[in-house]
Write a protein that binds this ligand. Structure first.
Ligand code: NI
Ligand code: MN
Length: 226
């Protein structure tokens, strides 16, 4: 499968002829190479309800009738808006015709702020495992470091892991490097940095901290085939 990075936490996977877009934050994402009118995902995976992850989901999914896969709460939220959804939850896996999705825990929060300045509860935040053709991609979502990352890597050997390194809202580079050691992923790519001033980081320094020496800084638009 082909996996590309598009700034902040935006990751796109091409699998079985389908396009799967994770956390499509495009408008307001100064680092992305994507435009809302140019993406046409069959599937949108959402790790949690924050604006920098839900992003442009409504507009994109409405335009392309994309299937939204996320927590039961986020799925219900979008189904009320007339969109196609598949609700799941932490620890559960489901095999779709484009591959298998399994959600993991993430230590974070998951409220959605409305235009009326209300915060809606949207379930637990999650990380996502995407599996197909004998390969596994892990998108950690937004999370702090947790020791069960070891368990996640043991139970689902990971070929490519996307880990947040921005600090402030998620793991910083030191904790993310430690996380990479727990996960034992074959390849590690830093995400969720440099989009906003509080999450400014040097990704190359993170790569040098990795105990396994297997990190790559992906520029927005860059593709890896696994
Ligand atoms: Ni978040
Ligand atoms: Mn975030």
């Amino acid at each position: 499968m082909k996996v590309s990075y598009h700034g902040h936490s935006v990751v796109q996977i091409q699998s079985n002829g389908k396009t799967i877009l994770i956390d499509p934050f495009i408008n307001g994402n100064g680092l992305t190479d994507l435009k809302v009118e140019d993406v046409h995902p069959d599937v949108i995976i959402l790790t949690h309800g924050h604006g920098d992850h839900i992003g442009d989901t409504f507009e994109i999914a409405k335009r392309h009738n994309s299937l939204i896969v996320s927590t039961a709460e986020i799925a219900t939220f979008f189904s009320f808006k007339g969109l196609r959804t598949h609700g799941m939850n932490i620890g559960g896996a489901y095999t779709f015709d484009f591959g298998k999705i399994k959600f993991t825990q993430a230590f974070h929060s998951s409220g959605f702020t409305t235009e009326q300045n209300e915060i809606i509860y949207l379930g637990m935040p999650m990380g996502a495992l995407f599996m197909n053709e004998g390969k596994t991609v892990y998108h950690a979502g937004d999370t702090g470091l947790f020791s069960d990352m070891k368990l996640i890597g043991e139970r689902n050997p990971i070929d490519l892991a996307f880990l947040p390194i921005g600090d402030n809202f998620t793991m910083g580079p030191e904790d993310a490097a430690y996380a990479a050691g727990l996960l034992k992923a074959k390849m590690v790519v830093p995400i969720h940095y440099n989009t906003f001033p509080p999450i400014k980081q040097n990704p190359q320094q993170f790569i040098e901290m990795l105990p396994t020496g297997n990190g790559i800084v992906m520029n927005p638009g860059e593709v890896i085939e696994i």
